[in-house]
Design a binder for this molecule. Structure first.
Ligand SMILES: Nc1ncnc2c1ncn2[C@@H]1O[C@H](COP(=O)(O)OP(=O)(O)OP(=O)(O)O)[C@@H](O)[C@H]1O
Ligand SMILES: [Mg+2]
Length: 276
C-alpha cells in the first residue's frame, strides 16, 4: 500500500516515487500585521518588517521576493521561531510560534550540517537528540539517503561532499522530521547553474508528492515563477506586503516550461510589480 498521500490532484511527476514516507500534515501559515525592529546600542533601531500580513494555505508553495534588506530572512526566521516578532500574529498550523520546532524544516543558503558528523549521523541527529530513534527511523533514513542520491556517501563527512551533495544531505536531515512546513532562505543561491537546476527539479518533485507547505525566499524572478503557486512581493525596506501574484502555470512544471509564452508573461508580471 502506498504511504503517499497527495493532497491535490496532480498529473504525475514523470519520475518515480521520491519518498516512501508518510508525509506530515501540511500546516497553514498566517501572519497578521507582523512588525520587527532590531534595537541597536545608542542608535535608533532598524525596522526590518512593518505590518506584514500573509496567508499560506496548507500544501501551498509560496515564494517571497523583494529587494535586499526588505526583511525576507527576518520573516523566515520569525516563522522558524529563531527570532520573536515585536507585534502581530504568527501562526503555523493554527498555533502561535513560540520557538523552533521539528514541525518546521529550515534550509538556508549554506547547508546546515555538523562538520564532525557523517552524512548518516547528520540525518539521524534530530531524532537522536529528541530520543525518537527507532528501527523505523533508521529505515526511513536509509530511504531518504537513497532518495537524495547519497546512499554511497553515507559515511562521508560534509567536507568530503560537493556543494549539491551537501544541500541534499541537509534536505534529508530536515525531511527525517517529516515537517509540515519547509522554510527555505535562498537555498540554491550559491549553487552553479546546473546543480541549481537539479535541486529545483528535486524540490518540485518532492513537493509534488509530499505537498508540504513551502515558504521559499529567492532573489530570482525565474526561480519564483518556476516553483511558486503564488509569489509574495515585499516592499521596503522596511518590509511590507506589496502584492501577492498567482502563478497559474500548469503543474507539474519543468525547465522546458521556462521557454513558453505563459511563463515569460508570468515573469514579466512579477518584474513589473517588483519595479513599481
Ligand atoms: N540580527 C539582526 N540584528 C540587527 N539588524 C538585523 C538583524 N537581522 C536583520 N537585521 C536588519 O533587518 C533588515 C532586514 O534584514 P533581512 O536579512 O531580513 O533582509 P533580506 O530581505 O533577507 O535581505 P537579503 O535579500 O539581502 O538577504 C536589514 O536592515 C538588516 O540589517
Ligand atoms: Mg536574506
Amino acid at each position: 500500500m502506498s504511504l503517499l498521500r497527495q493532497r491535490r490532484p496532480v498529473v504525475g511527476t514523470g519520475s518515480g516515487r521520491l519518498l516512501d514516507q508518510e508525509p506530515a500534515d501540511a500546516a497553514g501559515v498566517r501572519l497578521r500585521e507582523v512588525s520587527k525592529t532590531f534595537s541597536r546600542r545608542r542608535r535608533p533601531g532598524r525596522t526590518a518588517l512593518d505590518g506584514v500580513s500573509l496567508d499560506v494555505e496548507p500544501g501551498e508553495f509560496l515564494c517571497l521576493l523583494g529587494p535586499s534588506g526588505c526583511g525576507k530572512s527576518t520573516l523566515l526566521n520569525i516563522l522558524a521561531g529563531f527570532v520573536p516578532a515585536d507585534s502581530g500574529e504568527v501562526l503555523v498550523g493554527g498555533r502561535p510560534v513560540t520557538g523552533p520546532g521539528p514541525d518546521r524544516g529550515v534550509l538556508f543558503q549554506t547547508p546546515m550540517l555538523f562538520s564532525w558528523l557523517t552524512t548518516w549521523q547528520n540525518v539521524l541527529y534530530g531524532p537522536k537528540a529528541r530520543g525518537t530513534l527507532t528501527p523505523q527511523v533508521h529505515e526511513e533514513a536509509e530511504r531518504l539517503l537513497e532518495t537524495v542520491g547519497l546512499a554511497d556517501a553515507r559515511d562521508a563527512y560534509p567536507h568530503e561532499l560537493s556543494g549539491g551533495m551537501r544541500h541534499r544531505a541537509a534536505f534529508a536531515r530536515v525531511l527525517i522530521n517529516r515537517p509540515g512546513v519547509l522554510l527555505m532562505d535562498e537555498p540554491f543561491g550559491a549553487l552553479d547553474a546546473i546543480t541549481r537546476a537539479a535541486m529545483q527539479r528535486f524540490l518540485l518533485e518532492l513537493w509534488q508528492q509530499q505537498r508540504m507547505t513551502i515558504v521559499f525566499v529567492t532573489h530570482d524572478v525565474e526561480e519564483a515563477t518556476l516553483l511558486g503557486d503564488r509569489v509574495c512581493v515585499l516592499s521596503g525596506p522596511p518590509g511590507g506586503t506589496k502584492a501577492v501574484i498567482d502563478i497559474d502555470l500548469r503543474r507539474p512544471r519543468s525547465y522546458d516550461d521556462t521557454e513558453t509564452l505563459e511563463f515569460v508573461n508570468a515573469k514579466r508580471r512579477i518584474r513589473e510589480v517588483l519595479e513599481r
